[in-house]
Design a protein around this ligand. Structure first.
Ligand code: ATP
Length: 525
């Protein structure tokens, strides 16, 4: 059955070049464009193009189905972006949704003070990794990395340094001591990546919410905010959903939607934007059970990420150094992006803070009546919050590969998980004559009822395969003269470029096995 399989060599790419390559690839093939580009764009704002929107929608669908379809006690909502202004007073965002910013006087560039320190700490961690690598080389087979990390004097010294920095940063952030934060940057001799100087301003607080006004008649307008997180739309609807859906605790409410933050430094492509999309789930639990559910959702969310098949090494957990005012436990799932390990998803145990605050500000009870114990209480909340755009970037970062083929040519391939790929299959007549295009169109009509299909008859078959590899289409079907005789086609697989001759009737089944949602769902068990 299997006809051709080529050996490939992965072309090693510098991580810093990878992000550049991804950005230009996204533009060239219609995944992501700079926003309002004809006016030279708008900083940190991007538009998803014809392929980008398909990939993004597929990621959303997978998350949504995994949350709501696979969990009978989780339902979804779609709340408005605008909310009553008191919402943000109650949630603490008006008074406390601040980032500490610092400017470099020479480059005039602005940074988040905590991020500068975190990046310094990350460099220290990389030094530990290098020590471990050296140890591995020195001790060979019998090397025990864990033991090495707890005994090697160099590693212990760096580890101690990291702990002391994190301790100082945590204290400064908790005490809102901006001078201490600045002193830490000075003590660590952190330099501006642009100017290379240590000439820093004081640290100041900066509120991240965008405001606008509601109402067109002068005097009647009032300030409202573009939501900085989707979660509050869920909290204010907690009782509506619980009562109308007859939900029993524990239960969850999921939502996908836009959020807006006036980020001080919005860089690194779609990693940090001012307008972005979140996929959040708030899980309402009995007080006292929140930490058990927090652990549960850490495991479930890690499983979900691993189900994408990008590789376990891409992920790590990172406990929050400073807990937000509403949390009693919090961690991030970090992903190894081209610019290093960074937050992809937050998992937070938010206590009863939000519901209690909304009770206090609205004067309405937001309590759950437990019919088994005849008690009313304000539930505790565990949330999972992942950025859709960051998820998109994580998938592309792992999927983008340059490969050198046996014949010396090179191909760029996007190994996007098959169920998420913009097109699932390309239908390609070998020639533009002899009835092959007509036969190909018949197959297109049959398959497009189930899958997104692309038809392409232009250029040589090799070029067409390359085009499909570059946009991540998992399968290509080639129609040739034999197809007209015996109703078989060549089915080519994107990842290993293997080709097999299969009956047309068999194609649909193979496609369903690889591209249907169960291909991912089955990995969640
Ligand atoms: P960061 O520390 O990177 O600013 P955060 O801790 O403020 O992120 P959360 O408030 O926990 O982020 O938001 C949940 C998720 O929303 C994040 O894990 C991230 O994936 C996404 N997110 C937050 N801010 C942005 C942004 N400016 N652009 C894109 N995605 C974002």
């Amino acid at each position: 059955m299997s006809i051709a399989k080529f050996d490939r060599i992965f072309v090693a790419m510098e991580q810093k070049d990878l992000l550049k390559d991804i950005i230009s690839h996204c533009k060239e093939y219609g995944f992501i464009f700079p926003s309002s580009e004809i006016y030279d764009g708008l900083a940190a704002t991007y538009d998803y193009g014809q392929l980008g929107v398909e990939l993004k929608n597929n990621i959303k669908t997978y998350w949504w189905k995994a949350m709501t379809q696979l969990n009978p006690n989780i339902v979804g909502i779609d709340a408005a972006i605008f909310m009553h202004p008191t919402t943000w007073k109650a949630s603490g965002h008006v008074d406390a949704f601040n980032d500490p910013l610092i400017d470099n006087k020479d480059s005039k560039k602005r940074y988040r003070a905590d991020v500068l320190i975190e990046e310094y700490v990350e460099k220290q961690r990389q030094k530990i990794d290098k020590e471990v690598e050296k140890g591995k080389k020195r001790f060979g087979e019998h090397f025990n990395a864990e033991q090495f990390k707890t005994t090697n004097p160099n590693v212990l010294r760096i580890q101690e340094k990291i702990s002391s920095i994190e301790e100082r940063m945590k204290k400064a952030l908790n005490d809102n001591a901006l001078d201490d934060l600045q002193q830490l940057i000075l003590d660590l001799e952190i330099v501006c990546p642009i100017s290379g100087s240590k000439n820093w301003t004081d640290v100041r607080q900066f509120n991240l919410m965008f405001s606008t006004s509601l109402g067109s008649v002068s005097g009647e307008s009032s300030t409202i905010y573009l939501r900085p997180e989707t979660a509050q739309g869920i909290f204010v609807n907690f009782l509506n959903v619980q009562k109308s859906g007859r939900m029993k605790i524990p239960f969850g409410i999921a939502q996908i939607g836009k959020a807006f933050r006036n980020e001080i430094v919005a860089r690194q492509f779609i990693f940090r934007m001012r307008e972005f999309e979140q996929m959040e789930m708030q899980f309402f639990v009995k007080p006292g059970e929140e930490l058990m559910w927090y652990e549960h959702w850490k495991i479930e969310r890690k499983k979900w990420h691993l189900s994408l098949g990008l590789g376990e090494d891409y992920y790590r957990f990172h406990d929050h150094i400073k807990l937000a005012h509403y949390a009693n436990a919090a961690c991030d799932i970090e992903f190894n992006f081209p610019m290093g390990f960074k937050e992809l998803e937050g998992i937070h145990s938010r206590t009863d803070f939000d519901l209690k605050q909304h009770e206090a500000h609205s004067g309405k009870k937001l309590q759950y009546f437990d019919t088994t114990t005849n008690e009313s209480y304000v539930p505790y909340v565990v949330e999972t919050s992942v950025g859709l755009d960051r998820l998109f970037l994580s998938i592309l970062s792992a999927a983008f590969k340059r490969e050198e083929l046996e014949d010396g040519s090179e191909r760029v391939v996007l190994s996007i998980p098959a169920p998420l790929a913009p097109y699932k299959v390309a239908v390609l007549p070998l020639l533009k004559k002899d009835g092959l295009p007509e036969k190909a169109m018949e197959i297109v009509h049959q398959l497009r009822q189930h899958f997104s299909v692309q038809y392409d008859e232009k250029d040589s078959i090799g070029k067409r395969y390359r085009r499909q590899d570059a946009i991540g289409t998992p399968f290509a079907i080639t129609i040739d003269h034999e197809t007209l005789e015996n109703h078989t086609v060549t089915l080519r697989s994107r990842d290993d470029m293997s080709q097999q001759r299969v009956a047309i009737s068999e194609v649909e089944k193979q496609m369903t096995d690889h591209c249907g949602w169960p291909a991912l769902f089955n990995r969640l068990n």
